[in-house]
Design a protein around this ligand. Structure first.
Ligand code: MGD
Ligand code: MGD
Ligand code: SF4
Ligand code: MO
Length: 733
């Protein structure tokens, strides 16, 4: 038996690290960073090893299971599909298409087969009740991209490798490894900014692991970032600092924007944000004086009461300082398989229809998951009676999960596509398990759009699948077949689509995508005639070069202009003003706090809850890997040391944290790294629930912070969940 080296991309998070896996027969000997990977250059994090643990996990399902009165029972694939067909069809015929809800979780977009084959199946269900992890994450980024640049996937990526000044707002890339910024080896990339004599500033209610290597840190009150950004943009107007560079001729609504931001001044927003007016002004000055600068914002400010406003203003600020589509600022990728292209979309994919109960708008064909419980629990036509979940764990990852669990227990039928029986899938009638990442090919369809360099890489499956198992592609093809629509024409169309997909296969589809992509047959770029055969000659991946300017060609709005003041945001500003009492230009913070609405909330629930990631977690689902959970428990609350003292508490003590919707007990740690008035609790924990089959996770259960987050407290414009800035009270046990 010989030892073989296998190269692939790690698909666990957005960083897309190159891995070198040594195997002997079916046994993994080691997983290391691939030094020759053009993007990650040898970097990996502790989670990569969990790919092996997942593969070897005894708790992982390899056969379908069915819930019976005597517990979970392993069944054949044929039996499973026949049960699924019966269950799903019954919901559709009795209650209509919208009675079937779908929730797709985060790993769906890290999974090539789910991307290629899943969408056919879900579209075929013709339900409006589609939900994904996007609405507990980056939905506001998509809205800002769509309304300003014309396409929801025109997401600006910080050109970290060339910037000279990086402001990081509500992100902790040192732990998360970057999001909407695939940038493996972030430490080295951040240090390189400093080596180029550049600066890094973090703005966060917590002095994070990223703050620790930054040049400056500013504490900000959770939820108040929109005010800070409005004041920053207004300062640009007031000090004549506006210079949009090569985009000057392509921006519209500058005057309208000026009017919108004019009431917000640094001295007025200072008390609400907790940042001194001079610090705000110096920040803008430094940003403008830097040769190349970028303001980067992520989940701390997208899962936020004003997440949409923040993402709009971040784009505006980069634009007006000449740092949009410009080296060292925010840039756009040119991936080898380009899901954006140069064609203008037909109209906005926003608010074309609304959710039944709370009237939330759809965004890119989905409703916000914060309203999923409303749709399941509220009787009437269109009520959700059955669910499909795939690669998602909404019962740990979405707000007010106690209510959602109650909703899920009342469903008439549920199908889950997942390899674990966890907090969510335990509610399913049938679970169909796909193989693990190492048993399938990989090509990053999504994250190549979000990377800090243009790269492309194809990874073959490392292991062949065990006999009798089905790939995720095969699962979806079979689901398409059993749920084929009625009618001769529709049936024929369904058969042909499946036939073509089968005939092309996963690699055929990637080959087609590469050939018709920007580096393919009609390439005008340095790299030409790219196809899968050529790409396979580069097992470490192929570097397609640094990010390049793509505007105005890629501005995809109907009028070819970048919109600075879309009416959706202008209208939403009123909500911000209501909260902070628009007259912030006149009122002091004392006056604002004296307002009854503000006071009641703050008095009952005086602390603001924020999230926190740990380098050994991957949202909720890698906790069955022992090496990721051993040692000091990660699921603890952090509070400011003075607050802990004032409450008569001490580090290590069990505390009670309570919000409008729930209550939990957790150990507290006092630290000066957290701003006063703030409590930080990580998400993804709360295992140990009955009927789950994850022994290690259950033995390291932790508590679920989403028992505290509130499904009624959302970014009203999109319905995106608010996971940061939730009002809570804290007491000793
Ligand atoms: N190790 C690890 N890595 C991960 C994940 C994981 O679970 N574990 N998950 C992956 C996923 S799915 C994603 S989306 C990314 C997310 O990647 P990041 O966006 O980097 O996520 P976080 O590390 O949670 O950083 C959010 C920061 O926002 C701060 N914050 C909270 N509220 C506010 C606020 O009101 N204002 C400001 N300015 N800051 C605020 C928090 O203190 C925190 O430091 O990480 C990915 N990478
Ligand atoms: N309070 C709070 N809540 C949060 C966050 C926060 O910062 N704070 N972060 C939010 C963010 S950014 C995100 S992205 C969400 C994540 O929310 P979800 O996507 O709902 O949850 P995950 O924990 O990622 O669960 C992934 C599920 O997919 C399964 N799985 C893994 N790989 C595969 C695969 O290849 N195929 C299939 N079929 N299944 C697979 C796992 O077993 C697991 O059940 O959580 C959100 N929730
Ligand atoms: S940083 Fe992300 S992509 Fe890189 S090894 Fe860790 S989990 Fe995998
Ligand atoms: Mo996420």
């Amino acid at each position: 038996m010989s030892i073989k080296s296998h190269y692939r991309t790690c698909n666990l998070c957005e960083a897309m690290c190159g891995l070198k896996i040594e195997v002997e027969d079916q046994k993994i000997l080691s997983i290391r960073g691939d030094k020759q990977d053009p993007l990650s250059q040898g970097h990996i994090c502790p989670k990569a090893l969990a790919l092996q643990d997942l593969f070897e996990d005894q708790d992982r399902l390899t056969q379908p299971v069915m819930k019976t009165a005597d517990g979970w029972k392993t069944i054949s694939w044929d039996k499973a599909f026949s049960e699924v067909k019966q269950g799903l069809k019954k919901i559709q015929t009795t209650y209509g298409k919208d009675a079937l809800g779908v929730y797709l979780g985060n790993p769906s977009v890290h999974n090539l087969e789910a991307m290629l084959y899943g969408s056919g199946f879900y579209n075929q269900l013709k339900t409006k009740n589609r939900y994904t992890a996007t609405s507990v994450d980056q939905l506001p980024h998509h809205l800002a991209a769509m309304l300003m640049f014309g396409h929801p996937l025109l997401l600006p990526i910080p050109d970290i490798d060339r910037t000279a000044y990086m402001v990081i707002l509500g992100a902790n890339p040192m732990v998360s490894n970057g999001s909407l910024m695939s940038s493996p080896n972030i430490r080295q990339r951040l240090k390189a900014i400093q080596k180029r004599e550049g600066k890094i500033v973090t703005i966060d209610p917590r002095f994070t692991e990223t703050s620790k290597i930054a040049d400056q840190h500013l504490f900000i009150a959770p939820g108040s970032d929109a005010l800070l950004l409005l004041a920053m943009v207004n300062y640009l107007f007031n000090k004549n600092l506006i210079n949009s560079g090569h985009l000057t001729a392509y921006i519209s609504e500058l005057e309208a924007l000026k009017h919108l931001v004019s009431p917000y001044h640094s001295k007025n927003v200072a008390p609400m944000t907790g940042i001194e007016a001079t610090d705000i002004e110096n920040l803008v000055e430094d940003f403008c004086n830097a040769k190349r600068a970028v303001l980067y914002a992520r989940i701390g400010v997208s899962t936020h009461e004003f997440g949409s406003l923040v993402n709009w203003l971040v784009n505006v600020f980069n634009l007006l300082t000449g740092n949009m589509d410009s080296a060292g600022g925010m840039m756009f990728t040119q991936p080898a398989i380009d899901l954006v292209g140069f064609k203008k979309p037909k109209g906005k994919k926003f608010a074309r229809y609304f959710s039944r109960v709370k009237k939330f708008p759809e965004t890119i064909g989905e409703f916000p998951v914060a309203t999923l419980a409303d749709e399941i629990l509220t009787p009437g036509p269109g009520q959700i009676k059955g669910m499909i979940t795939a690669a998602g764990n909404p019962l740990l990852s979405t707000p007010n999960n106690t209510r959602l669990a109650e909703a899920f227990s009342g469903l008439e039928f549920m199908l889950s596509i997942d390899f674990y029986i966890n907090e969510t899938t335990r509610h399913a009638n049938i679970i169909l398990p796909p193989p693990t990442p190492l048993e399938r090919p990989h090509y990053d369809l999504v994250f190549n759009h979000l990377a800090v360099r243009n790269i492309t890489k194809y990874s073959e499956a490392l292991f062949s699948r065990p006999k009798g198992s089905l790939s995720e592609a095969e699962i979806y093809l079979k689901l398409m077949k059993i749920m084929s629509p009625s009618g001769v024409k529709a049936k024929l169309k369904n058969s042909i689509t499946r036939l073509v997909m089968k005939w092309l296969g996963t690699s055929g589809m990637i080959n087609k995508g590469l050939k018709s992509g920007p580096y393919g047959k009609s390439s005008k770029l340095a790299i030409k005639n790219l196809n899968l055969k050529k790409l396979k000659q580069h097992p470490h991946g192929l570097d397609l070069g640094e990010l390049e300017c793509c505007f105005p060609q890629k501005i995809l709005t109907t009028d070819g202009k970048i919109h600075l003041a879309p009416e959706e945001f202008a209208t939403d500003l009123k909500r911000l003003d209501q909260k902070y009492h628009r007259s912030i230009s006149k009122k002091s913070v004392e006056e604002a706090q004296a307002d009854p609405a503000y006071e009641i909330d703050a008095k009952t629930y005086p602390f603001l809850l924020i999230g926190r990631r740990d380098s050994r977690t991957c949202n909720s689902w890698l906790h069955n890997a022992y090496r990721l959970v051993k040692g000091k428990a990660a699921c603890i609350a952090q509070m400011n040391d003075k607050d802990v003292d004032d409450l008569g508490l001490r580090t290590g003590q069990q505390i009670v944290v309570e919000s409008r919707v729930g209550k939990l007990e957790i150990i507290v740690e006092a630290t000066s790294d957290i701003m006063s008035g703030v409590i930080s609790i990580p998400h993804g924990w709360g295992h140990g629930v009955e009927q789950t089959q994850m022994a290690i996770a259950n033995a390291h259960a932790g508590v679920s912070v989403n028992q505290l987050t509130d499904d009624q407290f959302v970014d009203q414009l999109t319905g995106n969940a608010v996971l940061n800035g939730v009002a809570v009270k804290v007491s000793g046990l």
